[in-house]
Unconditional design. Structure first.
Length: 413
């Protein structure tokens, strides 16, 4: 009897995965036709195939699997975000990127805390958790957009680097706020110490794991695992996350650092054979696509339409404030101090506009929802509308705004 129950559960899980994967593939093909970011369609499709409409899938019956998908998926997406960063280009705009991914996230978090607190009349900790989740932008969405348009490299690398770094910062900040909510204790000294420990340990573990494991696939005599580069990439994410978490660090930061090292191998005197490099790129990109599909479709399936309708107006008001007040303020504060970058007004305006919300906020929201943290209905509504509105409006107008501001590389078009 026990075996048959386990067999039925396994079969149901396989069916659920197949439905999500096929839904993701259809949405991806459709997004190419109608020129809308695929993650928007993932979210909408998730609502339709979830319990709110057609009831094809219900992830609530698989809490462990849900947690696994969200945790590994967000860690792997951060790893991919790190791979997109060019240390060579980053050197010229490092102050702006550092400020945007630290001060910018903190400013956005606390400004959105006030916005959400006023529009929803929820507790300060629920509002703060909402702000922390939506404070970061999304490299998984921005990279495909920037790959499709020829924009000045300085601006492109700054926006992509910021999105990758602030995803890690947002994830750490969310974890810190969540820890305060669960423990019921708040001490500035203790929490600053905890936050600093998470960042420092996360960075150290990320560097050690990234370099040591990549050395094993190096095209040198000691690269004894050079034929297993894709597997080592996946294992490096798992090991760095788990080891960092066990030692009190941020697993998300570690995965992000491993990604930076992987994306800048030559700087660390690490070389892959062409065969290993090609295999790694194909496998990692495919797994990244699966993670994005799973995270967004599952998030959509967890949305309660009644709650979404109930909180629709305050959610939209919150997103409008984020786009037109919070983001401009944080960008101005983070660019005026970087005199070396010599930012023009048009470049600053462009960075104010480009701030799509995506995978990491979606994954973090999914974790909060599955844990049934007080106020999770408000948080899920705000996050869902933020992702939907920023991706549809800002994601689809990036090229138009860049062209109007004269930031496109016209000679390469």
């Amino acid at each position: 009897m026990e075996t048959s129950i386990h067999t039925i559960a396994s079969n149901n899980l396989l069916i659920l995965f197949s439905i999500v994967a096929m839904t993701g593939i259809v949405c991806s093909k459709l997004s190419e036709k109608i020129n809308i970011p695929d993650v928007v369609l993932f979210l909408i499709a998730g609502i339709f195939i979830g319990p709110s409409v057609f009831k094809f899938i219900d992830i609530s019956a698989y809490q462990i699997e849900n947690q696994l998908i969200l945790t590994f998926g967000s860690a792997f997406i951060l790893y991919l975000g790190g791979k997109e960063i060019s240390l060579k280009v980053l050197k010229n705009v490092r102050i702006t990127v550092l400020l945007l991914s630290t001060l910018g996230v903190i400013v956005s978090t606390f400004m959105m805390k006030e916005v959400v607190g006023l529009t929803f009349e929820v507790s300060s900790m629920t509002a703060l958790l909402s702000g922390a989740i939506i404070a970061s932008t999304d490299p998984a969405t921005l990279v495909p957009i920037f790959n499709s348009i020829k924009i000045k490299d300085k601006v492109k690398q700054t926006v992509i680097s910021e999105s990758a770094f602030n995803d890690a910062t947002g994830a750490i900040l969310t974890s810190a706020v969540l820890a305060i909510i669960l423990s019921g204790k708040f001490s500035i000294k203790e929490n600053l110490y905890s936050l600093s420990t998470m960042v420092i340990v996360g960075i150290i573990i990320g560097i050690m794991t990234g370099i040591l494991l990549l050395k094993l696939v190096n095209d040198k005599p000691y690269g004894i695992l050079k034929d297993f580069a894709p597997i080592i990439s996946i294992i490096s994410v798992i090991i760095s996350y788990e080891l960092s978490t066990k030692l009190g660090g941020s697993g998300y930061m570690s995965c992000f650092i491993v990604g930076i090292i992987n994306g800048n191998k030559k700087n660390f005197n690490i070389w892959l054979t062409q065969k290993s490099y090609d295999a790694d790129v194909h496998v990692v990109e495919t797994l990244g696509t699966i993670c994005r599909m799973m995270i967004f479709i599952i998030l959509g399936s967890q949305v309660d339409l009644q709650i979404l309708i109930k909180y629709f107006v305050p959610s939209v008001v919150s997103v409008i404030c984020l786009i037109f007040i919070v983001r401009p303020v944080s960008v101005i504060l983070c660019t005026i101090f970087d005199k070396n970058a010599n930012w023009s007004k048009k470049e600053i305006l462009f960075m104010m506009w480009v701030r799509e919300t995506g995978v990491i906020p979606a994954a973090l929201c999914g974790i909060i929802t599955s844990m049934k943290i007080p106020g999770y209905e408000v948080i899920s509504s705000v996050v869902f509308m933020t992702i939907l509105i920023t991706l549809i409006i800002q994601g689809s107008t990036t090229k138009y705004i860049a062209n109007k501001l004269g930031l496109l590389e016209l000679d390469n078009e």
